[in-house]
Write a protein that binds this ligand. Structure first.
Ligand code: MSP
Length: 596
């Protein structure tokens, strides 16, 4: 069933090459008086638009932790780009058509649209509870989407890329995926009956034979290989890029892109043929274009599109989707950011195992910021991660409550900072050349924090959020060590020299906190807001351009020196009891407990 490729593709190739530009910023050298923000501006001055998407979520069941993870990752990138002054669009939503949803609605005894509306609302509710700041929430049952899909189909049809054929092979309804015989294995179902399953997902597959429409996927094999080889950053992390290259070296048969209407009613009919329904993955992938304004207003956004996806849907995004786009003569996504999965007890979450983690319940238990921080700090895109409540409580206590919260308490406590101001920095006490009261480790700390924004920028760009958080957390520890080393509470404030040194120590610590608060905004927006407000940092001073650390040490004016701190609105992040965290409400700690 292979067809020679007869269509004009050279133009398409030129289009995607043109748009595969990367904006990764190098790390500026130490103490260079050019902020990383300026660097980004310089590299991207020709285009300040950014478009990030999550996968659209199936509405056959309520949201689980993995869904929130995809959304939090994309939200973090969107917020980060806004801080850098980009015009960022962030799309999420729900995938509502297909056999799987049709069957779930039947099982629930509801008409499909009512059923979809109910579950779609649950996703929206979860996302607003977790501060997922999407700019567009799309449902594939919307009219604007139907128009985009119909148009997209017609473009492929008019180019001769879709033909009437027949498909015979394995299909997994759970994955809504066609499988090659080599991707199928034997298994027993819960009643001990022999069944065939997808080797990748473990989901049951069925043999199907249908007249339907086929897309000439085989014709795009070499173009897809060229694209991936010419754009090593197109699929990240590298191991997933390699996986796609490997798949592309195998046979790439044409793809069935419709189902008989008699089997699948819940979907968009094929234009001009009411007997056929468009394949749900083609329908779903086009959502990214719909949000961009396709078919007539997508140009501003489409060439800067980036997708965040889980590893289970890589084939659809890195093979089918680029092939459809090449066929339609549209630019390919700039980057496909792939993440791995969350497991529970080392196993995939599933209803039958009863190990599904409810993200809404957990975000109420650990707070929205708590869950965001945990997922982004522990989630490693390269490999699966196991979830336990205990891990969440321990991490949040150690890094948000004790380390970051403790540092803020120490530096703003009335006992140490009775005037409640951002005190002055004294260059004689902490000179650029050694000779004042600062020691070697203090210079090392300044060095690390000066470099931090560029380090974080590099990791945010690559969606290595855990590495960015690791770096921030290490710096917070350095600042705590700095305060501990100099024990400002033991100094004699009546002595002028000591007083100047105490002020300098606090000034530096507050500067460190300001940098951490600014960098953490994409991760923990509420906590960062509380932190920056307590420091008296105004909303317009919280962008990436405001990351100039310790201006006074660099011989410049510091806009914060002498400024009154913001009001004290309580503990930055409340400690949680690690044992039985699930039974525990956040517990208030005495602020003074962290003073020493
Ligand atoms: N509807 C399709 C996507 C269409 S996009 C054009 C779909 N939906 S899904 O609801 O099954 O999955 C949505 C996202 O959740 C995917 O990125 C998937 O990888 C992610 N996760 C589902 N389970 C997961 C974990 N256990 N852990 C992490 N993410 C996982 O696929």
């Amino acid at each position: 069933m292979r067809f020679p490729f007869l269509f004009a593709t050279r133009g398409c190739r030129a289009v995607y090459r043109l748009h595969q530009k990367q904006f990764l910023s190098p790390v500026p050298p130490l103490w260079e008086h050019r902020s990383s923000a300026a660097l980004s501006t310089q590299l991207c001055k020709d285009d300040r638009s950014y478009y990030i998407t999550t996968p659209i979520f199936y509405v056959n069941a309520s949201p689980h932790l993995g869904h929130l993870y995809s959304a939090v990752l994309a939200d973090c990138l969107h917020r980060y780009k806004l801080l850098q002054g980009f015009n960022s669009k962030f799309a999420t939503g729900t995938d509502e058509h297909g056999l799987k949803i049709q069957q779930a609605a039947e099982a629930a005894g509801k008409d499909p649209l009512t059923f979809c509306t109910g579950v779609s609302k649950q996703f929206r509710h979860l996302f607003s509870s977790c501060n997922i700041s999407y700019t567009d929430y799309i449902r594939t049952t919307e009219q604007r989407h139907r128009e985009a899909v119909e148009h997209f189909w017609s473009v492929l049809w008019n180019k001769g890329l879709i033909y009437k054929g027949s498909y015979e092979g394995w299909y997994s309804t759970q994955d809504e995926s066609f499988l090659m015989p080599s991707q199928v294995g034997d298994a027993l179902d819960s009643l001990g009956k022999e069944i065939k399953v997808s080797l990748e997902s473990g989901h049951k597959v069925e043999w199907m034979k249908e007249e339907n429409y086929m897309f000439r996927l085989s014709a795009f094999q070499s173009q897809l290989l060229d694209w991936l080889r010419g754009n090593p950053q197109a699929v990240q992390p590298e191991r997933f890029h390699q996986a796609v290259l490997k798949w592309l070296q195998e046979d790439l048969p044409d793809l069935s892109v419709s189902r008989q209407r008699s089997r699948l009613q819940w979907g968009i009919p094929v234009p001009g043929d009411d007997e056929q329904t468009i394949y749900v993955w083609l329908d779903a992938l086009v959502n990214y274009l719909t949000v961009a304004g396709y078919p007539d207003k997508h140009n501003q956004w489409w060439h800067v599109a980036r997708h965040v996806i889980g590893k289970d849907i890589l084939k659809f995004h890195a093979i089918y989707w680029p092939a459809f786009l090449l066929g339609a003569g549209l630019p390919l996504p700039q980057v496909i950011h792939v993440h791995s999965h969350w497991t529970v007890g080392g196993k995939k979450m599933s209803k039958s195992l009863g190990n599904v983690v409810d993200p809404l319940e957990r975000s109420q238990m650990f707070t929205a910021d708590g869950m965001r921080y945990f997922l982004l700090r522990q989630g490693v895109p390269d490999s699966d991660c196991d979830y336990t409540d205990d891990k969440v409580a321990k991490l949040l206590n150690a890094e948000l409550a004790d380390s970051l919260g403790g540092l803020l308490n120490r530096c703003t406590a009335p006992a140490l900072n009775p005037a409640q101001v951002y005190p002055s920095f004294c260059p004689q006490s902490f000179p650029r050349a050694h000779g004042g009261r600062a020691v070697h480790e203090d210079y090392h700390m300044l060095d690390a924090i000066q470099k931090l924004p560029a380090v974080v920028e590099k990791h945010y760009e690559a969606m290595h959020i855990y590495k960015a958080l690791e770096a921030i957390s290490a710096c917070v520890r350095l600042t705590n060590g700095f305060v501990q080393r100099h024990t400002p509470w033991k100094l004699d404030r009546k002595n002028n020299e000591d007083q100047r040194w105490v002020d300098t120590l606090i000034h530096i610590s507050l500067e460190c906190l300001r940098i951490y608060g600014t960098l953490l905004q994409p991760i923990v927006p509420e906590t960062s807001n509380k932190l920056l407000s307590r420091l008296g940092v105004q909303p317009h001073e919280r962008s990436w351009a405001g990351l100039n650390f310790l201006a006074r040490y660099q011989g410049m004016d510091c806009p914060f020196e002498g400024r009154a701190l913001g009001s004290d609105s309580g503990v930055l992040f409340s400690r949680l009891e690690p044992h039985n965290a699930d039974k525990q409400k956040p517990k208030k700690t005495k602020k003074s407990a962290n003073l020493k």
